[in-house]
Design a protein around this ligand. Structure first.
Ligand code: SF4
Length: 309
């Protein structure tokens, strides 16, 4: 990566740093323990969702408190992965990889840097050198988690991964049917409509898809929303409620979102879990029934995030 061409700031992102990673694949644990590895081309995330659990895994109070305003770029992410494959061409075959657990691989900076795309090129076996005549293409089982419509840019690479004998599923997160609620809780994220259009395009390309309603914030009209979800052509749905307590491996919903939700529901923080969960279960019940009419299932929580292949 040419350090003269890389931004130090981008919009509200005022702290972009560049560094090298010694291992781009991290052994997956906790919520995503069904995977072999998590793969994060960046740490930190410019989308800065008010409820983001990943903020709890930041390396310092500064990074936690300024979540959404800093990103660390792992500038050698693709090279590091490529080196592993050069040592053992089959090392990713059948390995379940979750991209990403502490960042969004399609946050705005990706448009400038193409780092996620460079990683995907490696996973798609596009980096073979001339001398590797009998080159073995990697066959990972890849699940990509994003709120970024830019994921459609890389459809060619997801298709190549599948053609090579691997698997790919794109998970798109949509947390509400109400754009004003989306704007309150996720002011720096792309709008709902753009996300739904993007995942519709992915689904129609033949790549596996999932819509993750995580966390489910608020539904204005669950019945109509269910129909909107089904009309995307996506075959898998997962919901999840706020986390009110921090577990050993599960981070809590951030205070920003808890305060906003208490305001939205007109209750105090003490009664928030009861007030929120009552609505969550009612929304989920209606969604599950409506989606079920189409022969589809609304999964929930950790089990819903498990790789389908
Ligand atoms: S997009 Fe994901 S990683 Fe980024 S702030 Fe939102 S929840 Fe966190």
């Amino acid at each position: 990566m040419d350090t003269h061409l890389i931004p130090q700031r981008l919009g509200q992102l005022n702290d972009i740093t560049y560094g090298k990673t010694s291992n781009i694949l991290t052994r997956a644990t906790g919520f995503i323990e069904a995977y072999d590895y998590s793969l994060n081309p960046y740490s930190g995330c410019a989308f800065g969702c008010t409820y983001c659990y990943a903020a709890f895994f930041s390396r310092s109070p500064y990074h936690r408190d300024n979540w959404g305003y800093w990103v660390r770029v792992k500038e050698n992410a693709a090279e590091n992965l490529n080196r592993k494959l050069h040592r053992n061409r089959r090392c990713l075959d059948g390995k379940r990889i979750y991209m990403s657990s502490v960042t969004d691989p399609y946050q705005p900076l990706e448009r400038k840097l193409g780092l996620t795309r460079a990683v995907l090129e490696v996973l798609a076996g596009k980096t073979a050198t001339a001398e590797t005549t009998h080159y073995h293409k990697p066959r990972p089982k890849l699940v990509v988690q994003t709120r970024g419509p830019d994921v459609v840019r890389d459809l060619d690479l997801y298709q190549t991964i599948v053609e090579n004998g691997g698997n790919a599923q794109i998970n798109m997160t949509v947390t509400t049917d109400d754009e004003s609620v989306r704007h309150t809780f996720e002011p720096k994220c792309p709008g709902n409509q753009r996300r739904l259009e993007a995942i519709t395009e992915v689904a129609s390309s033949g790549i596996s898809t999932c819509i993750t309603l995580t966390p489910l914030l608020w539904l204005h009209n669950p019945t109509r929303f269910a129909e909107q979800l089904v009309s995307t052509g996506v075959g898998r749905f997962v919901s999840q409620a706020f986390h009110f307590n921090r577990g050993r491996f599960v981070a809590m919903t951030r205070d920003d979102a808890l305060n906003l939700m208490a305001q939205k529901l007109g209750c105090d923080l003490a009664s928030l879990p009861r007030e929120y969960l009552r609505r969550y279960h009612a929304w989920r019940h209606t969604l599950a029934l409506c989606i079920g009419d189409y022969g589809l299932t609304l999964e929930e929580g950790k089990a819903g995030f498990e790789p389908p292949f």
